[in-house]
Design a protein around this ligand. Sequence first.
Ligand SMILES: Cc1cc2nc3c(=O)[nH]c(=O)nc-3n(C[C@H](O)[C@H](O)[C@H](O)COP(=O)(O)OP(=O)(O)OC[C@H]3O[C@@H](n4cnc5c(N)ncnc54)[C@H](O)[C@@H]3O)c2cc1C
Length: 464
Amino acid sequence: MDYDVLILGGGIVGCAAAYELSKFSLNIALIEKDHDIADDVALVNSSVVYDGSESDDTLMSKLERMGSELMPEITSKFNVPYKKCGYMMMAEDDASEKFVEELYGHAVSKGYKNIQLLESDEIHKVEPQLNIKASKAMYSRNFAVTLPYDLAISYGEVAFDNGVNFKLDEEVLDIKRINKGYRVITNKNRFTCHIVVNTTPKEDYSIDVSEKLHKKRGVMDYFLMGENAKSKVSTIVTSMKDIDRNFSVVPNIQDSAIVTLKDEGNRDYRETLEKISDIMGGIGEDDIKSYRKAGFFKDSMIVDDSMIHQGYIKVVGKHYGIVAMTPAIAKIISETIKDNNKNCVLKKDFFDKRRDFIKFRDMTIEELNEVIKVNKDYGRIVCSCNHVSEGEIVDAIRRPLGARTIEGIKRRTGAMSGGCSGSICLLEIARILSRETGKGMLDIVKDSKNSNLVVSRIKEFDEM
Ligand SMILES: Cc1cc2nc3c(=O)[nH]c(=O)nc-3n(C[C@H](O)[C@H](O)[C@H](O)COP(=O)(O)OP(=O)(O)OC[C@H]3O[C@@H](n4cnc5c(N)ncnc54)[C@H](O)[C@@H]3O)c2cc1C
C-alpha cells in the first residue's frame, strides 16, 4: 500500500485530523484540490467558539461543547489568538423569549456551567452601553473568538512537520474498494491505502454515493468593521427579533467587530445601518470595512464511522460552528482509527509545536533591531497599514506548507487586511511571491485556480 491513511480535503477538519493522526506511527497523506490548505475556512477574520448552549440539536451541542473545551489548550499550544468574550442571546419578542428560556432550560439540564438567564435590567449591567430593549437574555461566559485560518494552518504545519505528506493542487476523482484497502484516483495519481478519512463534502465517489445533505438555512450578511469602529460591547451579542431573523455583533480578535445579519428577505439598507449603529454605538457608513454574503448552514454534522471495519470514515455536513467543533471531530476520528487498528502506536518523536515566526507589529524596537541585524528584510515594511515586513512575507512563503497565493500571504501575515485593503501593497506582495516561487507575474493567483491577478501584458515589446 502507498499509505496507511489518506485524508481527503485540506479544510480545517482535514488538517486537524492530519494533526491528530500524525501523533501515531502511520504513513499519512492529505489530498487537497486547491493551491492552499484551509482555503474555504470562514471568509471573515474571527470565528466564534460556540459552547453548544445556543444549539437546540443535542448532538451538535455536544460537539461544540467538546470542541470549545479543547480549544484553549490547542490555541495556546499553537500560539493562535483566542479570546474569551461571553455571549448574550437576547429576546426581543414573545416567541424569541420562549425560545431563549427553553434553550437556557436545556443548558441547565445538560449541566452547563457559567450560564445565566438575565432579565432586562441585568442585561445592561453586563453591557451598559447596549442600546437594545430586550426582555430576557441567555448569557454564557464560555463563548470565545479565535482566528480560524491561523488555527487551520497551525494544524497543517505541525502535521507536516510530523511527516504528513500534503498533496496540494490534486483533485480526488474517485475512491474504489480493493483487497484490504482503497484505491484513491486523483487527476494526477492513483494511490492505494488501508484507511480513507473523507472530509470532502458533497462528493460522489464509487465507494460512497452521498445524498446531498447540505440544506441552506438562509443567508448571512457579514459586515467587517474598520479599526476606528471599536465595539462598545465586549460580549458577543445576538438580538432576536424572531427565531429566524437575527442580528449579531462579534467583537473580533483585533478589537473591532464583525456584524452579522441572518434573514430570508430583502434588507432595507438604512434600517440595517441603524441597527448596527444601535448595537455598536454611533457608527456610520465609513466604518464598514468590507461586506460579504454567505449561506447559513445548520446540517447535523456526522462523523460517519459505519464502515470503519473496512477502513473508511467520513465527515458529512455543513454547520455554522464547524471551527468550534473541529478539535472534537479530529479527536473522534483519531480515537476511532486507533481503536480499530492494532498497528496504531504513538510516536516517540512526535513534535507538538508550531515553528516560531516573527511578527513585526508585536515586537519592541530593541527586539526588532536584533532581528534586522540578522535579516534586513524584517526592516522593510511592505504593508504599512498592518506593519508587515518583507521578512514576514518571505517567511510565510518559505515555511512548511508555505503560501502560494495572495490570499495565503494575507491569511498568514495579516498584510493587505488593514485600512487600504491591499491597494498600496498588493503589487509589491505579488512581486515578492513571483520572485520567491519563480513564477511569472501572469501566473500569480489571488486564491483559487483561474483567479489570476494580472490577466495579460498590455504591450509586447518583443514584437517591436
Ligand atoms: C462566512 C462564514 C463564517 C463562519 N463562522 C464560523 C464561526 O464563527 N464559528 C465556527 O465554528 N464556524 C464558522 N464557520 C464554519 C467554518 O468556517 C466552515 O464550516 C469550516 O471551515 C468548514 O471546514 P471543513 O474542513 O469541514 O470544510 P472545507 O473548508 O470545505 O474543506 C473541505 C476541503 O476539501 C477540499 N476538496 C473538496 N473536494 C475535493 C476533492 N474532490 N479533492 C480534493 N480536495 C477536495 C476543498 O477544497 C476544501 O479545502 C463559518 C463559515 C463561513 C463560510
